[in-house]
Design a protein around this ligand. Structure first.
Ligand SMILES: [Fe+2]
Ligand SMILES: [Fe+2]
Length: 416
């Protein structure tokens, strides 16, 4: 219920005026421009700042307004207890939308998903094969890894979000294989986001897929240990980047950057990483991309000892590493690439509808394209409609929550 001293209304950012008191910018955890969510608008630049951050609507407290603007600007009254409670992440420097215009997708995500899924499972089989081969002391079939990465690049070329969405559609068993592949898919996504050339994306994808190859030199009893590792066991695990790089050095046709990424994916800018304790500029962009993708996938995957975090929760933790383990700009690039709500995330809108993010609007990360699953009455949506939250028709819709598909027993792959 409203407190008698608080009179909250939603107001479009376009209708804001100097003197209005913004009670809440409506951002859950990332990317709003002010240190606090509430603020008196003291200049036009405050309003411009909100627009630049992609905020189209805010909550205004009419009782704290210093503006004489009539309240007719309000689009809807909302109850005080409708405020968001999720803890905020530190701010991210969002960039103006025009800088991140997404290239047109060649084909819609729903058409690419079946192909991307096929490519994903073929590559998963390759990851299984090379892991078994390396454990048995045999060579890795590098040509096959290259072929699978080429196919993943082709898929990303047709649609950037399809393979990324697959990572979140289901949780697969066999972390050891899926992890290698997920890191490759994420790294390829970053390669496209950064507009790298195809040869570089290929080396990047191969390095990401093979980054943990050296774990085949670590006893399974240590890798799968549920309890706390002893110092000696931890040191054995920390040797895996060196083992992996040595295995690849012995093979033909492995790009040098791929070997470099395998050796250095645990290096961090503050020098706290291993095996060589590199720091600052000594880390290449490819090492950083693999490191970020590695941490993100490890946090968001189900493991023996923890349940995987939801995408936004994993990103929130990665944010805490900024300027310590990873450079702030690189973390921002990673978020821009994945989206605050990555493709495949189950979300709830303020309208009550529940849906899955089908693609990310990279110029407006909080307003992706949604495929509705339940309408506001909780009934399944049968029509294959999409709500592009960037579209002016849907200005009144905002994402208010991220849901766990496992808790709702939903198989999101049915919605692509
Ligand atoms: Fe690793
Ligand atoms: Fe890893």
């Amino acid at each position: 219920m409203n407190d008698e001293n608080v009179e909250l209304v939603k107001v479009r950012t376009n209708d804001l005026n100097v003197g209005m008191f913004v009670h809440d910018v409506g951002r859950r955890w990332i990317g709003h421009p002010w240190p606090k969510k509430s603020k008196l608008i003291t200049s036009e630049s405050d309003i411009k700042q909100l627009k630049r951050y992609g905020i189209r609507e805010v909550t205004v407290d009419l009782n704290r307004n210093r503006s004489r603007k009539p309240r007719a600007e309000a689009v809807e009254e909302i109850p005080e207890d409708g405020r968001e409670t999720m803890e905020e992440l530190p701010d991210v420097e969002s960039k103006p939308a025009e800088l991140f215009k997404q290239p047109l997708e060649l084909i819609p995500i729903e058409d690419e998903i079946p192909r991307a899924r096929e490519v994903y499972f073929t590559a998963l089989e390759t990851a299984r094969e090379f892991t078994i081969a390396a454990r048995a002391g045999r060579q890795v079939n590098v040509a096959k890894v290259r072929e699978n990465i080429e196919e993943l690049i082709d898929s990303a070329f047709r649609n950037r979000d399809a393979a990324l969405a697959i990572l979140k559609l289901k949780s697969y068993d066999e972390y050891i294989f899926t992890h290698s592949l997920n890191v490759a898919v994420l790294a390829i996504g970053m390669g496209f986001h950064l507009k790298l050339n195809r040869a570089d994306i290929l080396s990047l994808g191969m390095g990401a897929m093979l980054h943990d190859l050296g774990k085949t030199g670590v006893p399974l009893s240590i890798l799968n240990k549920k309890g706390r590792l002893t110092d000696e066991e931890y040191n054995t695990i920390k040797h895996h980047p060196v083992i992996g790089a040595r295995l690849l050095e012995k093979q033909q046709e492995v790009p040098p950057q791929t070997i470099d990424m395998t050796r250095h994916h645990h290096e961090r800018i503050d020098g706290s990483g291993y095996p060589d304790g590199l720091s600052g500029d000594e880390l290449s962009s490819m090492m950083t991309i693999t490191g970020l993708s590695d941490v993100y996938d490890a946090l968001s995957s189900d493991r023996i000892y923890h349940k995987g975090l939801l995408p936004h929760e994993a990103l929130k933790i990665i944010f805490t590493l900024r300027d310590k383990q990873f450079n702030r700009q690189w973390i921002e690039r990673f978020v821009q690439c994945l989206g605050i709500y990555p493709a495949g995330t189950l979300i709830q809108l303020n309208s009550g509808e529940i849906g899955v993010v089908s693609s990310v609007n990279r110029g407006m990360l909080l307003r992706p394209v949604i495929r509705p699953i339940f309408n506001r009455f909780g009934q399944r949506v049968i029509d294959k409609d999409f709500l592009d939250l960037q579209d002016s028709k849907y200005l009144d819709r905002n994402i208010i929550d991220v849901l766990d598909p496992k808790e709702l027993k939903l198989d999101l792959s049915a919605y692509f």
